[in-house]
Design a protein around this ligand. Structure first.
Ligand SMILES: Cc1cc2nc3c(=O)[nH]c(=O)nc-3n(C[C@H](O)[C@H](O)[C@H](O)COP(=O)(O)OP(=O)(O)OC[C@H]3O[C@@H](n4cnc5c(N)ncnc54)[C@H](O)[C@@H]3O)c2cc1C
Length: 383
C-alpha cells in the first residue's frame, strides 16, 4: 500500500481476481478477434461494425456503470484494464469503446433518472452506440467560439451547425452535441442520429486511428425534444469538462497500449534480426532502446491505473486525467519512435505493424484535447 497523499486515498497495487479475469478475457478477445483485423481496418479506413457489435455483446460498453443503468458495475480500473488489452491489438477498435464512454459519462453524471434509464442504459448494455460532437471547423479547443446554435422551438430545440472530426459518426445512434443558445451559454444535448437533420458528410482521412468513422456532420435544423437537454440550460461547459475527463483517461490508456504493442514487436524483431553475425538484441544500442521503452511504459501505465483508481474512489480526476494524457501520449510517441529505430528500414514499410503504431501514437497527443491544452489545465491547477 502506498501512503495517502493530497489527491486521493491509498492505492492498492494488487488487481482483484475479478480484474485479472476481465483482463485475461479482454486479452483473449483482442488477440483472437481484434488483432487479425487491425491492419485491414487501418488500410481500408472502414469502420469495423462487426467488431463494434461483438464488443457490445461481450459487455465492454458499460463496464463502469451501475447495473440499474445497464452497466456491469465493475468500475473505472476494470474498464482501463479491458481497454488497454483491446487497444494493444488495435487502437481504433479500443477507441470505439473509449469514445462511447464519453456520452455515457455525461449522462451518468448530469442526466436525470429518466435519461439514465432511457439513454444511458441502452448505451451501457451495448444496444446503442454513442459519440460526441464538440469540434467545429473553427475550433477544437475553445468552447467560446462554438458556432452551432440551439434555438427554442415549441417543447424542444432546433440545432443548426456543422461539427468536424466526429468519431463513430456513421455508426453512432446517439451523439452528445454541444450548441450555444444565444445569450445563455453552452448547452449539451443527446441527439438521436435517426432524426432528420443529422447528416454525416465527408469522412476525415486521418493518418492514424483510421477506421474510427471520424467524419464531418451537418446538423441541419435538427429537432431535439426538451427531455434530451442534459443538465440545465447553460451547463454545457461543465458537462463537457466532466465527460471529456473520462475521454482523456481513455486516450491515456490507448497511448500506453500502443507503446506496449510497439515494445513487444521490437523485442521479437530484435531477437530475430541479425547484424555483425548476431541478433541485434545483443547490441547495447538496441538494449538501450528497449530499456528506455519499458521504463517509460511502466511509468505511464501506473499513472493511468492510479487515475482510474482515484475515479473508483469517487475523486474528481480532471487534473489527474490531464497529467495522465499528457505524459502517456508523450511516451507513446517516444516509444514508437524508438520501435521504428529498432526496426530500421523495414519498420517504415506499410506492411509492418510498427508503421501503424507510429501513426496511431501521434494521434494521442492531439485528439480529446491537444497537449498544449493539457499543459494549460495542469498549470492552472498548480497556480
Ligand atoms: C481521429 C480524431 C478523432 C476525433 N474525435 C472527435 C470527436 O469524436 N468529437 C469531437 O468533438 N472532436 C473530435 N476530434 C477533434 C479533436 O479533439 C480536436 O481536433 C483537438 O481537440 C484539437 O483541436 P483543433 O484541431 O481545433 O486544434 P486547435 O484548437 O486549432 O489548435 C491548433 C494548435 O494551436 C495551439 N493552440 C490552440 N489553442 C491553444 C491554447 N489555448 N493554448 C496553447 N496552444 C494552443 C496548439 O499548438 C494546437 O496544437 C477528433 C480528432 C481526431 C484527429
Amino acid at each position: 500500500m502506498a501512503p495517502a497523499n493530497d489527491s486521493g486515498g491509498e492505492v492498492d497495487f494488487n488487481l482483484s481476481e475479478q480484474q485479472k479475469m476481465l483482463q485475461r478475457m479482454a486479452r483473449e478477445f483482442a488477440t483472437k478477434s481484434v488483432k487479425p483485423l487491425a491492419a485491414e481496418i487501418d488500410s481500408s479506413g472502414q469502420f469495423p461494425f462487426d467488431l463494434a457489435m461483438e464488443m457490445a455483446k461481450r459487455g465492454y460498453q458499460g463496464l463502469p456503470y451501475p447495473a440499474q443503468y445497464g452497466g456491469s458495475e465493475v468500475g473505472y480500473t476494470s474498464y482501463t484494464l479491458a481497454l488497454e488489452q483491446i487497444c494493444q491489438a488495435s487502437m481504433t477498435v479500443g477507441a470505439i469503446m473509449a469514445v462511447n464512454t464519453v456520452p455515457e459519462e455525461a449522462i451518468f453524471r448530469f442526466g436525470n433518472e429518466e435519461q439514465k434509464k432511457t439513454l444511458l442504459a441502452p448505451l451501457a448494455r451495448g444496444e446503442l452506440l454513442g459519440g460526441i460532437a464538440f469540434t467545429e471547423a473553427e475550433t477544437g479547443s475553445d468552447p467560446e467560439t462554438i458556432a452551432t446554435i440551439a434555438r427554442k422551438s415549441g417543447d424542444g430545440y432546433v440545432i443548426t451547425g456543422q461539427k468536424h472530426f466526429v468519431a463513430l459518426a456513421p455508426a453512432a445512434d446517439l451523439v452528445l452535441v454541444f450548441a450555444k443558445r444565444e445569450g445563455k451559454g453552452l448547452n449539451a444535448f443527446i441527439i438521436d442520429t435517426s432524426s432528420s437533420g443529422y447528416n454525416v458528410r465527408e469522412p476525415c482521412e486521418t493518418m492514424g486511428l483510421r477506421g474510427l468513422g471520424t467524419s464531418v456532420v451537418y446538423l441541419d435544423d435538427l429537432y431535439v425534444p426538451q427531455q434530451n437537454l442534459l443538465g440545465e440550460e447553460g451547463q454545457g461547459f461543465e458537462i463537457l469538462l466532466e465527460a471529456i475527463t473520462l475521454g482523456r483517461l481513455g486516450v491515456a490508456v490507448e497511448a500506453v497500449a500502443v507503446a506496449q504493442a510497439a515494445l513487444e514487436i521490437s523485442i521479437d524483431y530484435a531477437k530475430q534480426r541479425k547484424a555483425l553475425g548476431k541478433p541485434i538484441a545483443r547490441l547495447p544500442t538496441i538494449q538501450w532502446h528497449l530499456a528506455e521503452m519499458v521504463s517509460r511504459i511502466e511509468a505511464g501505465r501506473w499513472l493511468v491505473y492510479r487515475t482510474a483508481f482515484l475515479r473508483d474512489q469517487g475523486s474528481d480526476i480532471k487534473y489527474e486525467s490531464s497529467v495522465a494524457k499528457l505524459f502517456a501520449s508523450q511516451i507513446a510517441v517516444e516509444v514508437t519512435r524508438m520501435a521504428m529505430q529498432v526496426h530500421g528500414s523495414y519498420g517504415t514499410m506499410k506492411t509492418m505493424e510498427v508503421e501503424r503504431l507510429y501513426r496511431d501514437a501521434k494521434m494521442t497527443e492531439i485528439y480529446v484535447g491537444i497537449s498544449e491544452i493539457q499543459r494549460n489545465l495542469i498549470a492552472n491547477h498548480l497556480i
